[in-house]
Design a protein around this ligand. Structure first.
Ligand code: PRX
Length: 655
C-alpha cells in the first residue's frame, strides 16, 4: 500500500568503523582507492565492467557475442555464450591449473544429531556425475523441471549441481512448507521428478518430508518419479514404480557424465517467493549472469580466500542458500560449511561449538538470528574462543544498530568487519553491501552498491531524491547480471510487479534513504509483503489461508514490530454469522495457517472483529490495523473510513 506509508528516516547513527589496516592489506580489494577505481570503471561502462568480471571469474565453453541485450524489462546477459554451472563449481577445481583442489573440502557438513561428513571437490565431482546419470535414467532431459524438497544434507547440493549439469532447472521448496505449498509449486513448475528424504532433523524431532511429498504429489500429474534420500530412517511408505531410494540408484550409476554446454540464458532454477498477491511467484534465474554475479560478489564481499572456512547459516531452500551456500562459494573453489539443524539443539551453544570446532573464518547469518542469540545472554558465548573468525555478514532484513554492535563485540570481538548485505530473491545476488577492507561501515546501513550496480532513491513520481537523508523508494536504474529473467510462465506479472510502478526502473518493494556520505539505509518493505524473521511473507497469502477456513468470513493480515522476528504476524478476522469467537477457534486458525502454508506463516495473534475498517471504495485500511496491532494510537487520516464505529470497536477490543 504505497499510499499509506510515509517513509521517514528514523535512524541517526553516528558510529563509524574504518577498515582495519591488517584486514585491508590482505583483502582482494585492498584499499578505498582500488575500490573507487572499480566503481569508476563500472560507471564509465558497466557492460564492459561485467564483461571483464565474467572473463576473469567464470569458465566459458564459448564466448559471448554481446555482453547485454536489454529490451526493458527483459535482459539477456552474455548473449551466445555457453557454459555450465556445475562445471564452474566442480570440474575446474579438479582439473587444469587448480586440480590440486581435488582433495580440498568443498562441503564440511554437520548433521543435527552430531554426525559429520567432509566432501572433497573430487568426491563431489563423482557424486554429481552419478546423480546426473540417475536423473537421465529416470527420463529427465534438458529443460525438464526437478523439484527438491530436502533437509540440509550434502545430497541437496549434489542434486542441485546434477540438475545444472544436464540443464534441468531445479525448484527447491523449503523443508518448512506444507503439502499444499509443495503441490502448488510443483504444479506451477510442472515438475517431472522430485527429490526428497525420508525426513530431516529439527530440534531432535523428525520433519516427515516424504510424508508431505506423498500428500502433495498425488495432485501433481506431471511428477513421474520420486527419489528418496535415507536420512532419519523411520518407516516410510515407498510407492512402487514411482518411488526410488537414492542409495539404490546411485550404487549402479556411472560416475562419468559430461557437463552440458548450456546457453548463458538457459534456465538455471525457479525459486518461489511471496508477492503482493496471494499466489507465490516463480522467480526465474538463468545460467551465465547469475553465475557471474554470485561468483564475483562471493569473492569480493566475503573476501573469500583459498584457506577460508565459510559458513552461511541460511537454509538452501531460500535464495541465500542457493547463492551463498552453494553456487557462489563453490564456484570460487572455497569450502562451504553446512549445518542441518537448529541453533539451539541440543542447547544454545551449538553455533559457537561449530565455529570453534571447524575454525570457521567467515560467518553469514540473519539479524533475527542475532537478536535471538542476544536474548540467550552473553555467558554461553564467552565460553568459546571464536578467534578463527575474520569476517561477519548479515542478510534478510534491516539490522538494528544495537544488534549490529552486539554482533561486532560479542561474536566479532571488535576485530571482524561486518558486511550488511542487501538483496532479494529476485536480484540473485548481493547488490548493496560494504566491501570489507575498503568501505567504512556504520551500524544499520548496507552502505554502498557493489561496483556495476546502480540503485537510486525516488519519490512518488519516480523522480530521484537529491536531498540528503530524504526517504523514498529503492529502485535499480540499470540491469545487472544476476537479475531475475521473469516470473515463470507469467511475463505480464513480471512487468507489472517490478517495472510498472516507476517508468523504466526496477522497483524492489523497499523503502530506503541515502545519507550525506552516500550510504544506503534500507528501511523495509513498503508493499503488502512482511519480513518475518528474514523471510518474505505475503499478507494476502496468509489472508487467503485464513479465509479458506469454513468459519471465517473475512480476514486482514498486518505486521507489528517484534523484538526477535522483526515483524510479527497479526490476523484480524471476522467470522461467518452464527460462529462464536473463542480461544479454541483462535488456536485452530493459527494451526490452519501453519498447515496451509507452513509454520513460518502462523499468526502470532488472531483478533476477532465484527467488521474490518474499509474505505468507501471497499479497500481495507491496513494502516489503521497496523497501528492497532502495534498498540499505537491510530494516527493519520481516517476521513475516508466508511464506518467509524468499526475503528472504535477494534481499538476497544484489546482481548
Ligand atoms: O526487504 C528487503 C529485505 O528482504 C527482502 C528480500 O527478501 P528475500 O527475497 O526473501 O531475500 C532475502 C535474502 C536476500 C528485501 O526486499 N532485506 C534483505 N536483506 C536486507 C534487507 N533489508 C535490509 N537490509 C538488508 N541487508
Amino acid at each position: 500500500m504505497h499510499d499509506e506509508i510515509a517513509i521517514e528516516s528514523i535512524l541517526k547513527e553516528k558510529r563509524k568503523f574504518k577498515p582495519q589496516p591488517e584486514f585491508a592489506k590482505a583483502a582482494h580489494i585492498a584499499s578505498t582507492k582500488a575500490y573507487n577505481q572499480m566503481h569508476r570503471e563500472a560507471e564509465k561502462n558497466f557492460e564492459r565492467f561485467w564483461a571483464r568480471m565474467a572473463k576473469e571469474h567464470v569458465s566459458w565453453f564459448t564466448p559471448w557475442k554481446k555482453t547485454l541485450q536489454w529490451k526493458l524489462p527483459f535482459a539477456k546477459w552474455f548473449v551466445g555464450a555457453k557454459t555450465n554451472v556445475s562445471y564452474n563449481c566442480i570440474d575446474r577445481h579438479v582439473e587444469g591449473p587448480n586440480a590440486w583442489r581435488r582433495n580440498k573440502a568443498a562441503i564440511i557438513w554437520e548433521g543435527e544429531p552430531g554426525d559429520r561428513r567432509v566432501i572433497t571437490y573430487g568426491e563431489l565431482h563423482r557424486e554429481v556425475q552419478k546423480f546426473a546419470n540417475v536423473l537421465k535414467s529416470l527420463g529427465v532431459k534438458k529443460g525438464d523441471r526437478v523439484g527438491l524438497y530436502m533437509p540440509m544434507v550434502p545430497e541437496l547440493a549434489v542434486a542441485m549441481l546434477a540438475c545444472t549439469r544436464i540443464g534441468a532447472p531445479h525448484t527447491i521448496i523449503f523443508g518448512g512448507f506444507s503439502a499444499d505449498s509443495i503441490r502448488d509449486r510443483l504444479n506451477d513448475a510442472k515438475a517431472k521428478l522430485v527429490v526428497t528424504a525420508d525426513g530431516g532433523w529439527r530440534r531432535g524431532s523428525i520433519v516427515p518430508l516424504k510424508e508431505m511429498v506423498d500428500q502433495a504429489v498425488g495432485d501433481v500429474p506431471t511428477v513421474e518419479n520420486v527419489v528418496v534420500v535415507r536420512r532419519t530412517e523411520q518407516q516410510i511408505v515407498m510407492k512402487e514404480e514411482r518411488d526410488h531410494w537414492w542409495h539404490d540408484l546411485m550404487e549402479s550409476a556411472s560416475d562419468v557424465c559430461a557437463p552440458a554446454k548450456l546457453d548463458a540464458e538457459h534456465p538455471l532454477f525457479i525459486l518461489y517467493t511471496s508477492g503482493t498477491t496471494g499466489k507465490p511467484k516463480g522467480v526465474l534465474h538463468t545460467t551465465g549472469g547469475y553465475l557471474v554475479h554470485t561468483t564475483v560478489t562471493s569473492k569480493y564481499i566475503f573476501d573469500l580466500k583459498e584457506e577460508d572456512t565459510y559458513w552461511c547459516t541460511a537454509d538452501i531452500g531460500w535464495i541465500t542458500g542457493h547463492s551463498y551456500v552453494v553456487y557462489g562459494i563453490l564456484s570460487n573453489g572455497a569450502t562451504s560449511l553446512m549445518y542441518e539443524g537448529a541453533p539451539n539443539f541440543p542447547d544454545v551453544e551449538r553455533f559457537w561449538q561449530i565455529i570453534d570446532r571447524y575454525k570457521v573464518t567467515i560467518f553469514y547469518t540473519a539479524p533475527t538470528a542475532i537478536r535471538t542469540f542476544m536474548r540467550w545472554g552473553d555467558a554461553h558465548i564467552k565460553k568459546y574462543r571464536l578467534d578463527s573468525l575474520r569476517l561477519l555478514g548479515t542478510v534478510g532484513e534491516p539490522i538494528n544498530p544495537e544488534a549490529w554492535m552486539w554482533y561486532r563485540k560479542l561474536i566479532g570481538k571488535n576485530r571482524c568487519p561486518i558486511v550488511d548485505t542487501w538483496w532479494q530473491t529476485e536480484t540473485g545476488g548481493i547488490l548493496i553491501s560494504p566491501v570489507p577492507g575498503a568501505v567504512t561501515t556504520t551500524p544499520g546501513s548496507a552502505t554502498r552498491p557493489f561496483p556495476g550496480i546502480f540503485p537510486d532513491i525516488v519519490d512518488e513520481n519516480g523522480e530521484p531524491t537529491r536531498k540528503k537523508d530524504a526517504g523514498g523508494y529503492l529502485v535499480l536504474t540499470k540491469p545487472w547480471p544476476g537479475m531475475l529473467r521473469g516470473i515463470y510462465g507469467d511475463p505480464q506479472r513480471y512487468k507489472e510487479q517490478y517495472w510498472s510502478r516507476f517508468k523504466g526502473l526496477y522497483f524492489a518493494g523497499d523503502g530506503a534513504r541515502r545519507d550525506k556520505d552516500g550510504n544506503f539505509w534500507v528501511m523495509g518493505r513498503v508493499d503488502d509483503v512482511m519480513n518475518v524473521a528474514g523471510h518474505r511473507l505475503s499478507t494476502m497469502e496468509i489472508e487467503s489461508a485464513l479465509v479458506s477456513h469454513p468459519k471465517v468470513a473475512e480476514a486482514a493480515v498486518v505486521g507489528r514490530p517484534d523484538e526477535i522476528k522483526g515483524t510479527g504476524v497479526v490476523g484480524f478476522v471476522s467470522l461467518e454469522a452464527n460462529e462464536t469467537p473463542d480461544e479454541a477457534l483462535r488456536e485452530a486458525l493459527r494451526k490452519h495457517v501453519a498447515r496451509e502454508i507452513g509454520p513460518i506463516a502462523r499468526p502470532d495473534e488472531v483478533r476477532f472483529t465484527d467488521a474490518l475498517p474499509k474505505t468507501r471504495s471497499g479497500k481495507i485500511m491496513r494502516r489503521l490495523l497496523r497501528d492497532i496491532a502495534a498498540g499505537r494510537e491510530v494516527v493519520g487520516d481516517t476521513t475516508t473510513l466508511e464506518d467509524y464505529s468499526v475503528l472504535a470497536k477494534l481499538r476497544g477490543d484489546e482481548d
